[in-house]
Design a protein around this ligand. Structure first.
Ligand code: GKR
Ligand code: MG
Length: 435
C-alpha cells in the first residue's frame, strides 16, 4: 500500500495544450522561420493537487505520440521517472512519421522513432520534476543533485533575418532591423550585448556564400575583440569549404558548429581544422556517440534536453563527455520560458558545462509564463523556488492555443522551406553540401 505522501505524488490528470507562438523571419540554410511555430505545453496534475508544467516540440508528429502517452500516465508517480520511460516505450511510433519526416530539413539531426519518443518524454519528465519539486518545496536543480553554480551563462544567438515576414503574411511584427550583411549582423550583436550583456556570439550560417559569413564573423571579432565566436551553417558546407572557413577564422572561433554533414565528414574536417568542432546534428542520440568519439569527429557536444530525453539524460550525456574529454555546450530551438527554466536548472547541475549555452529566447516576444526570464550580464540566475520556479499564464496559453485551433494547418508543422517559398516560389530545400 502507498503512503499518503506517495499517493499525493501520483498523477491524476495530464493536460496537453498545443500552441502557435510568434517567430521572426530568421534565416537558415533550409529557408526562413514561419511567422508562427508550434510548441506543446504539458501539465501534469497530481492527486495532491499540484500541477507541474513542461514544454516541447508541438508539430503533429510529436502530438501524435504525446496523446497516447498522456493517457497512460494517471496512476504513475511523478517521482517514477524510469517508469515514465517504460510507458513511453509502449507507445508505437507510426513509421511513416519517421520516414516521411523532414524535421526542418534535418536541422535537428537524423530523425528516428526513438528520438521522437525522447523529445516527447523530455516534456513530461520536466513536468513531473516541476510537480515533484513544487510538492516537496525544492527547486528542480535539487532533485537533480543540486546546483554547482548560481548563474548560467548564455550566448547571443545571432541570425541573418529580414525585418519582416513576406508581404501579406499574418504575423506579429517585432522591432528588429534586417540583418543580411556584416554591418547588420554587428548591429544585431550590439543590441544583444547592450540589452542582455551577452559576451559570446553565435551566428547561424549556411545562409549566404561562405565568404560573406567569414566577413560577418571577422566584423564581429573586430567589434568585440577577444570575445568568443561560433559559426553554425547546419552542415551546409563540403569538407574543403569547411576547412577553408576554419583556416580563415581559426584565430577568432571558440568552435565551428556542424560545418559539414555526417560523422565521417566531420571527422575529416576535425582532423585538419585546427579549431574544435561542435555538433547538434551528428551526435543527437546516445547511439551516435561511439562512432563520433572514436573517430574524433566532434570536440564539443551540444546537449539539448528535448533531444536527449530530459534533464537526467542530459546529465548522463555530460558524464560521457567528461569521461571522453569531449566538451559540452547547449543547443536550442525556438522555445519559451518553461524550456528555458528547465535548461537553466540542468545546466546549473552539470560540472563540465564548458561553454555558454545557446538560447533562441530573446527572439520570442510571446510566452506562456507570468514573468519572463531576464538575462543579466549574459546570464540567468538559477531559481531556488520550488519546481522550475515559473508559473503558467493561463490567459496567454488560451490565446496561443486558440491561434493553433484557428490555423488552417499550414503552421502546425514547422517547415522553413515552405515559409521561404512564400517569398520565393522557386525555392527548393538546398542539396547538402550547398557550398
Ligand atoms: O532555429 O533556424 C533555427 C536553427 O537553425 C535551429 O533549427 C537549429 O536546430 O539552432 C539550431 C542549431 O544550432 O543548429
Ligand atoms: Mg547547431
Amino acid at each position: 500500500a502507498q503512503t499518503p505522501e506517495a499517493q499525493a505524488l501520483t498523477i491524476a490528470e495530464v493536460r496537453l495544450t498545443p500552441i502557435l507562438v510568434a517567430d521572426p523571419p530568421l534565416l537558415n540554410t533550409q529557408g526562413v522561420h514561419q511567422p508562427y511555430t508550434p510548441r506543446l505545453i504539458i501539465e501534469v496534475v497530481t492527486e495532491g493537487g499540484v500541477t507541474g508544467i513542461g514544454e516541447t516540440y508541438g508539430d503533429t508528429k510529436y502530438l501524435d505520440l504525446a496523446r497516447p502517452l498522456a493517457e497512460k500516465l494517471p496512476g504513475l508517480g511523478v517521482t517514477d521517472l524510469n517508469g515514465l520511460f517504460t510507458l513511453a516505450d509502449e507507445v508505437a511510433v507510426d513509421a511513416s512519421r519517421v520516414e516521411n519526416s523532414v524535421d526542418v530539413g534535418g536541422l535537428r539531426g537524423v530523425q528516428t522513432a526513438d528520438k521522437l519518443r525522447l523529445s516527447i518524454v523530455s516534456g513530461f519528465e520536466v513536468a513531473c520534476l516541476d510537480a515533484w519539486g513544487k510538492a516537496a518545496g525544492l527547486p528542480v536543480h535539487a532533485l537533480l543533485g543540486g546546483k554547482v553554480r548560481d548563474r548560467v551563462e548564455y550566448s547571443a544567438y545571432l541570425f541573418y533575418r529580414w525585418a519582416e515576414h513576406p508581404d501579406g503574411v499574418a504575423c506579429e511584427p517585432d522591432d528588429w532591423d534586417a540583418a543580411v550583411d556584416p554591418a547588420g549582423v554587428v548591429a544585431q550583436a550590439e543590441r544583444f550585448s547592450r540589452d542582455y550583456g551577452f559576451t559570446s556570439f553565435k551566428l547561424k550560417g549556411g545562409v549566404f556564400e561562405p565568404a560573406e559569413e567569414i566577413a560577418a564573423i571577422r566584423a564581429l571579432a573586430e567589434r568585440f575583440p577577444g570575445q568568443p565566436m561560433r559559426l553554425d551553417p547546419n552542415g551546409a558546407w563540403s569538407v574543403p569549404t569547411s576547412l577553408h572557413v576554419a583556416e580563415e577564422l581559426r584565430d577568432v572561433l571558440e568552435y565551428l558548429e556542424d560545418p559539414t554533414s555526417g560523422t565521417p565528414g566531420m571527422a575529416e574536417v576535425a582532423g585538419a581544422a585546427g579549431v574544435p568542432l561542435a555538433t547538434n546534428m551528428c551526435v543527437t542520440t546516445f547511439g551516435e556517440i561511439r562512432e563520433a568519439f572514436t573517430k574524433g569527429a566532434v570536440q564539443v557536444v551540444l546537449s539539448d534536453h528535448h533531444y536527449w530525453g530530459g534533464l537526467r539524460n542530459t546529465r548522463e550525456l555530460a558524464a560521457i563527455c567528461r569521461t571522453f574529454g569531449v566538451g559540452l555546450s547547449m543547443h536550442s530551438n525556438t522555445h519559451l520560458g518553461i524550456s528555458l527554466a528547465a535548461m537553466t536548472h540542468v545546466a546549473a547541475t552539470v560540472p563540465n558545462l564548458d561553454y555558454a549555452c545557446d538560447s533562441h529566447y530573446p527572439w520570442q516576444t510571446e510566452d506562456v509564463i507570468t514573468e519572463r526570464l531576464t538575462f543579466r550580464d549574459g546570464r540567468l540566475d538559477v531559481s531556488d523556488a520550488p519546481g522550475l520556479g515559473v508559473e503558467l499564464d493561463r490567459e496567454r496559453l488560451a490565446v496561443l492555443h486558440q491561434r493553433w485551433l484557428d490555423d488552417d494547418g499550414t503552421m502546425r508543422d514547422r517547415d522553413d522551406a515552405a515559409a521561404m517559398r512564400v517569398a520565393d516560389p522557386e525555392w527548393e530545400t538546398p542539396a547538402i553540401p550547398r557550398w
